[in-house]
Ligand binder design. Sequence first.
Ligand code: IMP
Length: 185
Amino acid sequence: MLNDEVLSSIIGEQQLTELISEQEIKKRIVDIARDISDNYKGRIPIIIGVLNGSFLFLADIVRELDIEYEVDFIKISSYGNSTTTSGTVRLLKDISADITGRDIILIEDIVDTGLSLNFLKKRFEDASPNSLAFVTLLHKPHTSKIDFNIDHIGFEIGDEFVVGYGLDYKQKLRGLPSIYTLTKD
Ligand code: IMP
């Protein structure tokens, strides 16, 4: 856990307020992993994490699964060093696996505008997988514009900027064990 001095050198005058505790996250992950294990019994899905934000969430989900699975990663550009989206998505690192005919489970950290998820859906559909499911730790329903179903949502949150448990502020704070809002006052 970061000490106060390190923390204030990162966030300055801004406030960190716990929104979702470590225990709540753990509990929700057990539920989601149980659903995935039930849904994919007898199959070997490829679980694809969207870098960087999903690395902890994916690591915790796969350790709760009781089925066989493979893991891969894709990296797309998100906010850069800002707290608002740039409006365009770029593919920075593609997956290595051949996903044609496979069962794909995409793991996102957060769906905000939905721009990233729309981009990823198209990228994966173009490769003709057998199935494609979406899992996100967080969803901002008031800002997201997606016209398809997200199979598993950890938590719905308001239109606020959050950090911790994989989510960053200027590439920092990803290791905080809970999820916090970062506010100016
Ligand atoms: P979208 O394309 O607007 O849905 O944004 C998705 C990406 O933006 C996420 O994968 C995150 O990397 C980043 N993002 C969106 N909202 C937040 C936030 O509140 N905190 C940190 N990163 C965020």
